[in-house]
Design a protein. Structure first.
Length: 290
């Protein structure tokens, strides 16, 4: 009867510890997910900011297309699109609801190239250098881009990244404290058993082993459960908004899963080691006053 009761208590402690550790690792995983997702989001936003190269009417279309091919080979160009005078007129006519050519008597728009940059070059300093390089061609009328928008995007991304990094550090310490407290309570209940094992001559390594093995198992199991919940949440997000696949990529989720597993194993192992060593160093009399 006593043995069944002890087994039942052990199972309850195992379940309780697993649930607690899972919730903490889930929280940590969400922070890692937000940090990595924010990076992908910043790349996505930056690479969708374009600038326009307005081209002189004197330049032939064949020469424009040749220039486009040359630009596509540049390391900073992610994507380019040629917009002819006629296409620009058509798009503006649809946007305004009137045809400017009808009352002006000519097409006022210029042919242009819409350029999207790789994220590393999507800042005003890099664009200014690119602008100087492109303007060496005398057929380039003007290069248009929204300097204020680019500065605002980069500033906001920088601030959000710093906030997420700070949150990640704080939650890592909180998670460590929560898991450590849970493990300490579990080992506290076994403090007299630990002392008894010391009295019969058991070595510290022998005493530590079952505690380390048990909590290592809790860390791994909790990490797998937390990872499963995170993958389910990510799948739901992508099914709800397919465009999010560019932010919530499989690579991000793999890194999140590995991070959660690493945290789960490392934190539970370290907390168990610190706690068990504390009671191994204590004398018998001290055990009654803690």
């Amino acid at each position: 009867m006593s043995r069944n009761k002890s087994t039942s208590r052990f199972s309850l402690q195992f379940v309780t510890s697993t649930i607690t550790t899972t919730m903490v690792l889930l929280l940590l995983g969400m922070v890692v997910f937000m940090v990595l997702g924010a990076h992908n989001l910043s790349v996505y936003v930056k690479e969708n900011i374009s600038f326009s190269i307005l081209i002189s009417d004197d330049m032939k279309e064949a020469d424009i297309l040749n220039m486009q091919k040359q630009l596509d080979r540049k390391p900073f160009v992610k994507q380019s699109q040629y917009i002819s005078k006629q296409q620009a007129l058509k798009e503006q006519t649809e946007a305004m609801g009137t045809d400017p050519e009808e009352f002006l008597g000519y097409n006022p728009f210029s042919a242009s190239l819409e350029i999207k940059l790789y994220s590393d070059y999507a800042n005003t300093d890099s664009i200014a250098k690119i602008e100087k390089q492109i303007k060496k061609n005398s057929n380039i009328q003007e290069i248009l881009y929204q300097k204020e928008l680019i500065d605002a995007v980069n500033e906001n991304i920088r601030n959000i990244s710093l906030m997420l990094l700070g949150l990640a550090v704080i939650l890592t310490f909180i998670s460590f404290a929560l898991i450590n407290n849970n493990i300490r309570l579990t080992i506290y209940a076994k403090r007299f058993l630990i002392h008894t094992m010391k009295l019969v001559g058991a070595g510290w390594g022998f005493i530590r082993r079952p505690f380390l093995r048990r909590n290592f198992g809790i860390g791994v199991l909790s990490a797998f459960i937390a990872d499963a919940l995170l993958w389910a949440g990510a799948s739901w997000m992508v099914s709800y908004e397919p465009e999010l696949i560019k932010v919530v990529t499989p690579g991000v989720m793999v890194l999140v899963s590995l991070s959660v597993l690493l945290f789960g194993v490392l934190i539970t192992w370290m907390c168990t080691l610190f706690s068990i060593n504390k009671y191994l160093r204590m004398k018998a009399g001290t055990l009654y006053y803690i």
